[in-house]
Write a protein that binds this ligand. Structure first.
Ligand SMILES: Cc1cc2nc3c(=O)[nH]c(=O)nc-3n(C[C@H](O)[C@H](O)[C@H](O)COP(=O)(O)OP(=O)(O)OC[C@H]3O[C@@H](n4cnc5c(N)ncnc54)[C@H](O)[C@@H]3O)c2cc1C
Length: 347
């Protein structure tokens, strides 16, 4: 913020703000209206009720507008669960005048593979499970319990566990009732463009990025909302004398159609030195990235899930369950479902 890094989370680190902004944030908390806080409230009203007008104005509104790329008055606060730390008002005010020492957030500590990055998780799983690659499901015939794949293969099934994005998956099913079709149309998400960059630098990583795992950018002059450094998470994520980082944009940003513009902005930000050599640029477009929580999501999901369950189909994972979650939860949910299905099989 204003060219200075504020420790995470913003609301528990008002200490680092300039006097004027700090005063507005503290006053905002002290002057909060006495309303009953509920996750089904529109996000901005929830944020003002929870953190006050100042924190909402300076961080929650600009950051989330950028991340979700959606009208924050039309979103609920149901997604905030474990993703938005909620220190008590008293703590927020206290840490405005003395440094906060507590770590917040579900990912302040996490495990990461020593080699092969997150690919190591897949390597581990494929030792135990047979995987058919390049064979997309195309059609699910629920009457005859048959799956048709792009490879031409046909599978008979008793049950399906899918982790595909729910709208795409349901669209492959034959004979879907109209209420389920309408419910699917109500499911909203944003898209994200992730730009991965590899840099060779004899001087090592620039000071701005040193020791940083990831940084949130809430100010409107940056069109990306987050950047992170793979090689700081694990040095094995980049070759010797190199570092690697990612930058994430919600929606496909027009300004960065030309990668040179993006690299120029990073040089100006101090993420890349002028003398450093860009050795890799890789762009990944993620069509379904963050599920939008609005007041139609819950009811629509219930209709879809009931229909799928009737036909022995279970849709799980971040995009299958149409939720805001992370790898660890996705794996735990898969294990839990596998245990339930195995138990049913042997009853
Ligand atoms: C920008 C961004 C950053 C993130 N950062 C983190 C992070 O730092 N840590 C973290 O834990 N989580 C992070 N997440 C969340 C994490 O990526 C997801 O929670 C996780 O990948 C979901 O796993 P999954 O198995 O449910 O689904 P996916 O990983 O999406 O797997 C679904 C699979 O289905 C396959 N598929 C699709 N269509 C078909 C078809 N027709 N036939 C057959 N297969 C098909 C796909 O190829 C894919 O392999 C991030 C997400 C985003 C968008």
């Amino acid at each position: 913020m204003k060219n200075k890094l504020i420790p995470y989370p913003f609301q528990a680190n008002l200490y680092y703000l300039d006097d004027k902004t700090k005063k507005e944030c503290v006053n905002g908390i002290l002057k909060r209206k006495d309303v009953k806080i509920s996750a089904s409230m529109p996000f901005l009203r929830w944020s003002e009720a929870m953190f006050g007008q100042g924190v909402t104005k300076y961080f929650m509104k600009p950051y989330n507008r950028k991340l979700w790329d959606y009208d924050l008055n039309k979103m609920t606060a149901e997604w905030t669960g474990e993703f938005v730390p909620k220190p008590d008002a008293e703590i927020i005010v206290n840490v405005a005048y003395s440094k906060n020492k507590k770590k917040y957030g579900y990912n302040s500590v996490f495990y990461y593979p020593k080699v092969n990055g997150c690919g190591a998780l897949i390597d581990g799983l494929t030792k135990e499970v047979k995987v058919n690659l390049n064979s997309k499901t195309q059609k699910i015939d629920i009457r005859n319990k048959i799956i048709l794949c792009s490879s031409g293969k046909i599978y008979k099934y008793n049950r399906i566990v899918s982790t595909q994005a729910l709208p795409e998956f349901v669209n492959q099913i034959t004979n879907v009732p109209s209420n389920v079709k309408i419910a699917v149309k109500n499911l909203l998400s944003n898209s994200v463009r992730c730009v991965n960059i590899g840099v060779k630098s004899e001087k090592g990583i620039p000071k701005k990025l040193k020791d940083k795992h990831w940084i949130y950018f809430h100010e409107p002059q940056f069109s990306f909302y987050r950047a992170g450094v793979y090689s700081n998470v694990n040095a094995a994520n980049a070759p010797k004398d190199c570092y690697s980082f990612y930058v994430e944009f919600s929606s496909l940003n027009e300004k960065y159609k030309n990668i040179e513009n993006l690299l120029d902005d990073f040089k100006n930000l101090g993420f890349i030195r002028k003398a450093d050599k860009i050795t890799a640029v890789n762009i990944i477009d993620i069509p379904y990235a963050y599920v939008i929580f609005d007041n139609k999501r819950k009811k629509s999901l219930q209709i879809i899930k009931e229909f799928l369950k009737e036909h022995g189909i279970f849709s799980i994972g971040r995009y299958g369950a149409w939720e805001y979650s992370f790898i660890e939860k996705n794996m735990m949910d898969a294990k839990t479902l596998a245990a339930i299905l195995n138990k049913e099989r042997f009853v």
